[in-house]
Design a protein around this ligand. Structure first.
Ligand code: PEP
Ligand code: MG
Length: 755
C-alpha cells in the first residue's frame, strides 16, 4: 500500500496541469480502494465546492455540480475539517442530490478534507454501492492520500491559473497571487527569469522560444555528442567489462535512438518549448513509465533514462551561452536562491528575488536586503517551471508574488512603486541628519555587511560604522581557507573604509546553513551542532590565524572590535579570550604596534541570556543576535518556510529575554547592541529604543527607515509603548499594535507598499 501511495504522489507531482493531476488521483484511488466512485471537489474563491474530477459518476457532471458554502455533505466535511464515513449518504439530512451525477445507486460515502496551510481547499470522496460504512483501513488510507496530495493539488491549482491565463485573460487577482514570506522590503515589477542548478534535470523550467529550428538544431547536436560519448566509453571498457555489463552501453544507445524519446522531445520543441524544457518533460514521463513496472530490473532502467537525460542536458547547457540576456527589471526566481547564485547575477538588471525555499532570516534574504532587492522567500506554491518569461510583481512587504497581473493590479502597484521612490528620495534626505529621538537621545546606527561590494553604500548611508561584519562570507566564496595575509588585506579594506568609525569583525561563524565548500560538515541537526565558536575553538589554528589577521589589519587605525558568535557557556568565552590574548602577545613580541581591540559576545543562544551578566563582566560589550536567539528560544528553524509563521522576533518571550540581557549588562556598565534583523524592522525599533538600547546594526537598506522612526519618536513614548506591549501575550497582537503606532505617527510607508 505504501509503495502504491508513494507512486501515486510522485505521479501527481509530475502532472502537467490540474486536470491531469486530479484525473490521476481519482483513477488511482478508485483502483486501489476497489470502490465504485472516487471524486475530488475543490473550493473556489466564493467558498463553493465544485466537482472537478470523478471516476464513477457521470462525466457530464464535472464542472457543473456546485455546492454553495454550507450545502451538502461536502460542505459538512469541510466545515468539520474531519472525515465523514456514512453507511448511507442518501439518508443523511445534509445529503444534496444532483441528478446529473447518477449517484443515486451509491450508498456508502466517505469524504475526507484536503487541507493545505490549515485551510480546507477541497474534499476527496469515495462512494460505493453497498449500504455499509468504509472500514478503518480505508478511512486512514484516504486521510493519508488527502494529506499527501494537498500540497500537490494547491500547486496544480496555481499552475492551472497561470497556464489558463492566456486563454481566459481574466483570472481573479487572488487566484494568481501566491503567498510567501516577506524577505526584503520593497516592491518590484519585472520579468521572471528562472535559474536552476546546472545538470539538475527536474529543475529545468519551461521557456517559450521563437527560433524553433535553432532549438531543434541544438538538440540534434547534443544528441549526437552524447551518442559519440557513449561509443567512446563503450570502446574504452570493451575488454574491461564482462559482456553482459558491457551490453548496457548498447542499451543506452538504443534508448537514445528510440523514437518515443527523441520524437517526443522534437514535438515539444516544435510546440514552442526550448530544448531543455522539452527534454525534461519527456525524460520524466519515461522515467515514470519504467518506475511503475513490476519487474525490478526494468524499474531500475528509470535511472538510466534519467542519466541519459542529464547527459543531453549537459551538452545543451554547454551550447547555450551563459545567461547574459537578462532584461532590465529581471525578477530572479529559483527553487532555492543561494547567496552565490545572487552574487553571480548582473546586479543592475535584477529588480527583485523570489525563492521557493527559505525564509526572512536565511542568509540569502539578508544579502538581498543588503543589496536593496525586494524579496519574497518561502513561496512554496510558486509554479516555478511554468513562469519563466511572465510578468511578475514582488511585494516584499506582504510576501506576495503576483503572476501575470491584471491591468488593475499592475496599475495599483505602479502607483505604489512611484510612491516608494518618492519615499526613498525623502529618506535619502535623512543621510546627513543625526539619529536622535525627539527628546534628544542618540541612537547609534551601524551597518551589517559581509561583502566588499556593499562598502560604498555603507559609506554613503550615513551610518556611524560597521556593527557586524560577517567574516564567513569571504570564506564562503573561496576554494580553500584564506591565509593570514589574504584575510588581513580584506579586513584592512573593511576597517579603512569607515575609519575612524568603529568596525565589529565577527569571528568565523560557519555551520548551520552556512557551509564552506571546502570544509563539509554533515550533521543531522546542523543548527544544534558544530557551529560558530564551537568549530573555531576545536580548530585553534583557524581561529588564531583569523585573530592575527584582524589585529594586524587594525594597525594604525585602532577601530577594531572583535565579536564572538554562538557562545553558549562561559568556558567558550574564557578559552576564546585566552587565544585572543595569545595572538595579541605574539604580535607584540614580533614588534607590531597594535592596540588591544574591544571584545564582545553575541547573545544568540538562550543559555547566554541567563548568563548575560557573567559574560558582560568579562568583555567590553554584548550584541544580541536576534536571528538565532529567536530560532533557539522559539524552537523554530529560521530557514524553514513551513514553520515561518511561528518565527517572529516580536514574540513576548524574545522581548523579555532581550530586556533581561539589557538589565544584566547594565549592572556591569556594559553597552548592549542589537545586530540581528530585528534591528532593521521599523516596528521592532520602537521597542528596542524603549528598552534603552542605544546601538542598532542592520542591512544598509534599512538604515534610513530606522532613522526615520528614531527621529519621529521620543524615548519616553517608546518606553510607554514597550510597557503596553509587555502585557500582550502573542507576537501577532504586538505587531498589530506597533504598526498602528507607526501609522499614527505618519510612518505607515515603512511597513507596507506605498508611502
Ligand atoms: C543573528 O543570529 O542574529 C546574527 C546577527 O547572526 P547570523 O544571522 O549571521 O547568524
Ligand atoms: Mg547568528
Amino acid at each position: 500500500m505504501l509503495e502504491t501511495l508513494r507512486r501515486l504522489v510522485q505521479e501527481v507531482n509530475q502532472a502537467r496541469n490540474l486536470d491531469q493531476a486530479l484525473s490521476i488521483i481519482v483513477h488511482g484511488v478508485k483502483a486501489i480502494m476497489k470502490v465504485g466512485v472516487c471524486s475530488v471537489y475543490l473550493r473556489d474563491s466564493s467558498g463553493a465546492f465544485i466537482l472537478m474530477a470523478t471516476d464513477g459518476l457521470l462525466e457530464k457532471a464535472v464542472g457543473k455540480v456546485r455546492l454553495q458554502e454550507g450545502e451538502g455533505l461536502i460542505s459538512l466535511v469541510a466545515s468539520r475539517a474531519e472525515p465523514i464515513n456514512l453507511r448511507s449518504a442518501l439518508a443523511h439530512p445534509s445529503y444534496h442530490y444532483f441528478p446529473e451525477t447518477g449517484e443515486e445507486s451509491y450508498h456508502a460515502f466517505l469524504g475526507v478534507p484536503i487541507i493545505h496551510h490549515r485551510k480546507v481547499v477541497g474534499v476527496l470522496v469515495a462512494q460505493d454501492h453497498a449500504a455499509q460504512s468504509f472500514n478503518e483501513e480505508s478511512e486512514t488510507f484516504m486521510i493519508t492520500v488527502a494529506a499527501q496530495l494537498a500540497g500537490a493539488i494547491a500547486h496544480a491549482v496555481v499552475i492551472g491559473d497561470v497556464k489558463g491565463l492566456s486563454e481566459t485573460g481574466s483570472a481573479t487577482l487572488d487566484s494568481r497571487s501566491i503567498e510567501g514570506l516577506p524577505g526584503a522590503a520593497g516592491v518590484a515589477i519585472g520579468m521572471a527569469r528562472v535559474v536552476y542548478p546546472l545538470a539538475d534535470i527536474s529543475a529545468v523550467p519551461d521557456r517559450q522560444v521563437e527560433n524553433i529550428p535553432g532549438e531543434l538544431e541544438k538538440f540534434e547536436k547534443a544528441l549526437g555528442a552524447v551518442r559519440q560519448e557513449l561509443r567512446i566509453m563503450s570502446r574504452r571498457l570493451e575488454d574491461k567489462l564482462p559482456s553482459q555489463e558491457h551490453a548496457l552501453f548498447d542499451a543506452y544507445i538504443l534508448m537514445l535512438d528510440s523514437d518515443s524519446i527523441t520524437d517526443g522531445i522534437r514535438t515539444g520543441i516544435e510546440q514552442g518549448n526550448w530544448a531543455a524544457g522539452a527534454l525534461r518533460e519527456v525524460i520524466q514521463e519515461h522515467e515514470q513509465i519504467f518506475r511503475e513496472m513490476e519487474d525490478s530490473y526494468m524499474r531500475e532502467r528509470g535511472d538510466d533514462v534519467r542519466d541519459l537525460g542529464r547527459r543531453i542536458l549537459m551538452h545543451l547547457q554547454q551550447d547555450t551561452p551563459a545567461d547574459t540576456d537578462f532584461s532590465d527589471n529581471t525578477i530572479l526566481i529559483s527553487e532555492e536562491v543561494t547567496p552565490s547564485m545572487l552574487a553571480d547575477m548582473p546586479m543592475d538588471r535584477i529588480a527583485g528575488v523570489v525563492s521557493v525555499r527559505g525564509s526572512r532570516t536565511s542568509h540569502v534574504a539578508i544579502l538581498a536586503r543588503a543589496l536593496n532587492l525586494p524579496t519574497v522567500m518561502g513561496a512554496a506554491d510558486l509554479p516555478v517551471r511554468h513562469i519563466d518569461g511572465q510578468e511578475v510583481i514582488v511585494d516584499g512587504y506582504s510576501g506576495r508574488v503576483y503572476i501575470a497581473p491584471s491591468e488593475t493590479v499592475r496599475r495599483e502597484y505602479r502607483e505604489l512603486l512611484d510612491q516608494e521612490q518618492e519615499l526613498s528620495e525623502e529618506l535619502r534626505g535623512l543621510n546627513g541628519l543625526p539619529s536622535e529621538t525627539l527628546d534628544g537621545d542618540k541612537i547609534h546606527l551601524y551597518v551589517n555587511t559581509g561583502l566588499l561590494a556593499d562598502m560604498s553604500p555603507t559609506q554613503e548611508s550615513g551610518a556611524e560604522g560597521i556593527g557586524l561584519y560577517r567574516t564567513e562570507f569571504p570564506f564562503m566564496i573561496r576554494q580553500r581557507f584564506p591565509g593570514e595575509e589574504e584575510q588581513r588585506t580584506i579586513y584592512r579594506q573593511v576597517l579603512a573604509s569607515v575609519a575612524p568609525d568603529p568596525v565589529v569583525l565577527r569571528t568565523l561563524d560557519v555551520g548551520g546553513d552556512k557551509a564552506l565548500p571546502y570544509f563539509p560538515i554533515d550533521e543531522e541537526n546542523p543548527f544544534l551542532g558544530w557551529r560558530g565558536i564551537r568549530i573555531t575553538l576545536d580548530h585553534p589554528e583557524i581561529f588564531l590565524v583569523q585573530i592575527r589577521a584582524m589585529l594586524r589589519a587594525s594597525t594604525g587605525l585602532n577601530n577594531l572590535n572583535i565579536l564572538l558568535p554562538m557562545i553558549s557557556n562561559l568556558s567558550e568565552l574564557t578559552d576564546a579570550l585566552e587565544l585572543i590574548y595569545q595572538a595579541y602577545g605574539e604580535l607584540q613580541e614580533d614588534g607590531e604596534d597594535i592596540e588591544m581591540p574591544r571584545i564582545g559576545v553575541m547573545i544568540e543562544v538562550p543559555s547566554a541570556v541567563y548568563q548575560a551578566g557573567s559574560l558582560a563582566r568579562r568583555v567590553d560589550f554584548l550584541s544580541i543576535g536576534t536571528n538565532d536567539l529567536t530560532q533557539y528560544l522559539l524552537a523554530v528553524d529560521r530557514n524553514n518556510a513551513r514553520v515561518a509563521e511561528l518565527y517572529d522576533s516580536l514574540h513576548p518571550a524574545v522581548i523579555r529575554a532581550m530586556m533581561q540581557v539589557v538589565e544584566s549588562a547594565r549592572i556591569y556598565g556594559k553597552p548592549v547592541s542589537v545586530c540581528g534583523e530585528m534591528a532593521g524592522d521599523p516596528a521592532a525599533v520602537i521597542l528596542l529604543v524603549g528598552m534603552g538600547i542605544e546601538s542598532l546594526s542592520m542591512s544598509v537598506s534599512s538604515l534610513a527607515r530606522v532613522k526615520w522612526v528614531v527621529r519621529n519618536l521620543s524615548t519616553e513614548r517608546a518606553a510607554e509603548i514597550l510597557s503596553a506591549v509587555l502585557v500582550m501575550e502573542d507576537a501577532h497582537s504586538i505587531r498589530a499594535y506597533l504598526h498602528e503606532q507607526l501609522e499614527q505617527a505618519g510612518l505607515g510607508g515603512l511597513i507596507r507598499a506605498g508611502k
